[in-house]
Design a protein around this ligand. Structure first.
Ligand code: HSE
Length: 435
């Protein structure tokens, strides 16, 4: 049986997970593919760095160039992460015409077009299934399984750490900092975890999905991104009362108004309990993909962790090995810019319903003042909750609005917070009804 030789850069949590999964299922993979996969060199930061699964010492080196430049190595797996040395490594491998498999969403997000161009120059391929949604084969689904579709909407819970934190806050009333520490201990969170918490990791992944779905590259700085730091217990409780749960949602949606274009955003969002994404909890990820031919589809699975990521990395290795076996290097090229042009609509123009929590003095006329500001901004109120307090004291006031543009909502909010009867910082979150 033909054999392909793999070099791997990174032998920590994910790297040792890949090696372990290959040890476990390498034979089955070979039988399925008709080609044997062999790991011949693995570059690590240090020989004694802690790794959850052992890697035999003779395979290890601390010299990444010895891996990339080894003439035996045909496919390079990059699991170093970040946008520094990892970029140099990937470019070095592509320059030599070696196919690269990466899990590095930050690198793709920052340098996607540069990497695709480098791959095209030498006819190498670049695979990145593990960069989005861990073990869920969402890249393959969009590019191959659903190739006969255009995508009016994709809604994704794409960050395991944020979903883990929000789920535990909701289910156990757990404290933000305590749950974050737990997520770090279990190896879900990025280092530093701000990448997760501030929504950056979800931004990278949503950008990749949006680019594949809409056929033009969506740069990270065009994606309106909010993290989960402002989501508090109190909002979880009121959202729940109103029939919603709060999730960090990545959205890539084609807009059907007169101006057209695409909404690409990452925001904490209230989603109805009745929607399937509301029941995606813990470190699990899910993508709700609406295809114009297939209709609504749902992809669900572990979005982080060494084993889920290893499954995705090895699926790319399998494709790269088949490319080599069959001599079809670019059967599925890394990125096909198939749209003539694409326009990302500024967040100010995006229409949505909103959840608003204010801290207001409990006295006659307060609600009327707030309602008047919203009325002038042409924002309708769908419902109001105000728990009973003591007259003259501050109480939470929760409003659900009808559709409003982001700009109109934030202009009105500015006026509301200037009222002397309002104190503290308001909480404002989008509401998504998946229409
Ligand atoms: N930190 C990421 C997450 C890991 O929590 O989803 C997988 O990309």
């Amino acid at each position: 049986m033909q054999q392909v030789n793999i070099g791997m850069l990174g032998g920590g949590t994910v790297g040792s997970g890949v090696y372990h999964a290959w040890k476990h299922n390498g034979r089955v993979m070979a039988a399925r593919l008709g080609v044997k996969i062999r790991f011949c060199k693995i570059a690590v930061k240090s020989f004694d760095e802690p790794r959850p699964y052992p890697i035999p010492a003779p395979l290890l080196t601390t010299d990444w160039q010895a891996v990339v430049n080894d003439p035996q190595v045909q496919i390079v797996i990059e699991l170093v992460g970040g946008t520094g040395i990892a970029r140099t490594m990937v470019l070095a491998a592509l320059r030599q015409g070696k196919t690269v498999v990466t899990a590095n969403k930050a690198l793709l997000s920052a340098c996607g077009p540069e990497l695709f161009a480098a791959a095209a120059r030498t006819g190498a391929n670049l695979y990145y299934e593990a960069s989005v949604c861990g073990g869920i084969p969402i890249i393959k689904c969009l590019r191959e399984g659903l190739v006969a579709n255009q995508f009016p909407a994709i809604y994704g819970i794409v960050n395991g750490t944020c979903n883990y934190i929000l789920s535990r806050m909701q289910q156990e009333g757990a404290d933000f900092a305590e749950v974050l520490a737990d997520a770090q201990k279990q190896g879900y969170a990025e280092t530093p975890p701000d990448l997760d918490i501030e929504g950056k990791d979800a931004q990278h992944k949503t950008g990749i999905l949006a680019s594949l779905a809409h056929g033009f590259w969506v740069p990270a700085d065009r994606i309106h991104t909010e993290g989960i730091r402002n989501v508090s217990q109190i909002d979880m409780r009121f959202a729940n009362k109103l029939g919603y749960t709060i999730k960090l949602l990545g959205i890539a949606k084609r807009l059907s108004d007169r101006k057209g274009g695409v909404q690409v955003s990452v925001q904490p969002t209230l989603i109805p309990h009745s929607h399937v994404l509301a029941s995606v909890n813990g470190v699990f990820n899910a993508c709700f993909v609406r295809g114009d031919v297939v209709g609504d589809t749902l992809f669900y699975g572990r979005g982080a962790g060494k084993d889920a990521t290893a499954s995705a990395v090895l699926s790319d290795v399998a494709d790269a090995a088949l490319d080599l076996k069959l001599g079809t290097h670019l059967r599925v090229p890394p990125f096909n810019a198939h749209a003539r042009s694409g326009r990302i609509r500024p967040i100010a123009e995006i229409i949505s319903r909103y959840y608003l929590r204010l801290s207001a003095v409990d006295q006659p006329g307060v609600l009327a003042k707030i309602a008047a500001i919203l009325a002038r901004a042409k924002i309708g109120i769908a419902s109001v909750i105000q728990p009973e307090g003591h007259p003259g004291n501050f109480v939470p006031l929760i409003l659900m609005t009808h559709d409003a543009s982001h700009a109109a909502m934030h202009r009105a909010l500015l006026q509301i917070t200037r009222l002397p009867v309002i104190t503290g910082k308001p909480a404002v979150f989008r509401v998504e009804n998946f229409e």
